[in-house]
Design a protein around this ligand. Structure first.
Ligand code: ATP
Length: 207
């Protein structure tokens, strides 16, 4: 564990593969009093009607990229990106600076003892480490991940495999972890580990 001196407020990155248990962990940490900022949730917020990314999206992809209510039309963008692969990177170029700026703003004036930044693709997309003092990885075997996503999303096996394959490997994530939560047991076991982590973070913040 490499944490030495927290910034104003200790900021922890939380990551893990699809279905690993990130949301369950971050919900528990929020219950315990942490401020939780989720990059996926921020991405949705800025592409909702009137969201901070919408004028740039309209300018880049035209009015057809907006639904009648003014939110980004995800189906339209998905189809556009399928036909024109450059659309995906163009969209990322628009979204990422706004997501980062929004997260930076949310880290100001935090009264919680520490923040949790849920960044599903922390190891796949660079540039996040400057925001955080330590990284928590939620880990489980691939077959457990697979079974959870199957049960929750009902996707075809090939789709689940494709997503898992496209993400960083367990080894890559574990190599970059300051704390590991092993989520291959039941939910009670998971919550017990999260509660232990919370105690450690409170101690670090208090130093
Ligand atoms: P995603 O990346 O797909 O958003 P996630 O990492 O946020 O997933 P969760 O949504 O927390 O993962 O968990 C995935 C599914 O597995 C959920 O339906 C959750 O209730 C379930 N789950 C998580 N941990 C456990 C556990 N220890 N025992 C049983 N079910 C679990």
């Amino acid at each position: 564990m490499h944490i030495q001196k927290p910034r104003d407020v200790l900021a922890i990155g939380l990551t893990g593969g699809i279905g690993s248990g990130k949301t369950t962990v971050s919900n528990r940490l929020a219950q315990l009093g942490a401020k939780v900022v989720d990059a996926d949730e921020v991405a949705h917020r800025i592409t909702a009607a009137g969201g901070a990314a919408m004028s740039a999206i309209e300018e880049a992809f035209g009015p057809a990229a907006l639904r009648p209510d003014g939110a980004m039309d995800r189906d339209y963008i998905r189809k556009l990106a399928f036909d024109q692969p450059a659309v995906r990177s163009h969209l990322e170029q628009i979204l990422h600076p706004i997501i980062r700026h929004t997260i930076q703003e949310e880290l100001q004036d935090v009264t919680a003892p520490y923040c949790v930044l849920v960044i599903p693709l922390l190891f796949e997309k660079g540039g996040w480490h400057e925001f955080m003092d330590a990284v928590v990885v939620v880990d489980c075997p691939v077959d457990v991940q697979f079974a959870r996503v199957k049960k929750r999303n009902g996707w075809p096996d090939s789709q689940i495999h494709a997503v898992i394959e496209a993400q960083a490997s367990r080894a890559t994530r574990l190599a970059g972890a300051d704390f590991v939560i092993e989520n291959h047991g039941d939910e009670a076991d998971l919550i017990a580990q999260v509660d232990e982590l919370h105690k450690k973070l409170i101690k670090i913040q208090a130093k």
